[in-house]
Design a protein around this ligand. Structure first.
Ligand SMILES: CC(C)(COP(=O)(O)OP(=O)(O)OC[C@H]1O[C@@H](n2cnc3c(N)ncnc32)[C@H](O)[C@@H]1OP(=O)(O)O)[C@@H](O)C(=O)NCCC(=O)NCCS
Length: 152
């Protein structure tokens, strides 16, 4: 899927090794149960480099690599995918906090996570490479760190 999408495909090898180490939970989401057509993907980074985002000691992890194919955007898949990650983090992994790191220019993603109850707690300059062909944004930009706590 990443090969096809061209979005972060250079990172797939590392993600697979993180999955094997139980440092990353990763999903590909399909249109329906026939699993013929992928609509997007997402993951939960359990043990990343930045402890503000993921830290097993603090029962905190980061929703990462969320992606919906452009032709499927605006149909509610992104919200469903993010909710799947949040629910899995709180109910299955028993975490206390989920975070997300979003480029400040990424209005769609910021609005999505704000609407799901995330709150900003930090801003930081990042050095992401542009992800062609689908990302037109210059990702060498300011990132917004957001978090949501488990309530029950
Ligand atoms: C961010 C992304 C996952 C959203 O996926 P999506 O399937 O289009 O999102 P949804 O249709 O479920 O929309 C959910 C909410 O997101 C926000 N949103 C989505 N697209 C938006 C846009 N173009 N402009 C503003 N807000 C937008 C809205 O709040 C929307 O809720 P609403 O429809 O009630 O207003 C998708 O745009 C994407 O894959 N972008 C590229 C990769 C990326 O930036 N990933 C996030 C990294 S942190």
């Amino acid at each position: 899927m990443r090969e096809e999408a061209g979005w972060n495909k250079h990172l797939v090898g590392k993600w697979m090794s993180d999955v094997e180490k139980n440092d990353l939970v990763f999903w590909i989401f399909y249109e329906d149960h026939t699993m013929q057509k992928a609509v997007g993907s997402s993951g939960i980074d359990l043990n990343g480099l930045d402890k503000d985002l993921s830290d097993p000691q603090s029962l905190k992890a980061c929703i990462a690599h969320t992606f919906v194919y452009p032709e499927h955007r605006g149909k509610g898949y992104g919200r469903e995918i993010a909710l799947t990650c949040i629910n899995y983090a709180f109910q299955e992994l028993n975490l206390k906090e989920v975070t997300v790191c979003i480029a400040a220019l990424n209005v769609a993603s910021l609005k999505l996570f704000l609407s799901l109850g995330f709150e900003e707690f930090k801003r930081k300059q990042m050095n992401w490479a542009p992800q062609k062909p689908y990302d037109a944004t210059n990702w060498n930009a300011l990132a917004v760190f957001m978090r949501k706590y488990r309530t029950e």
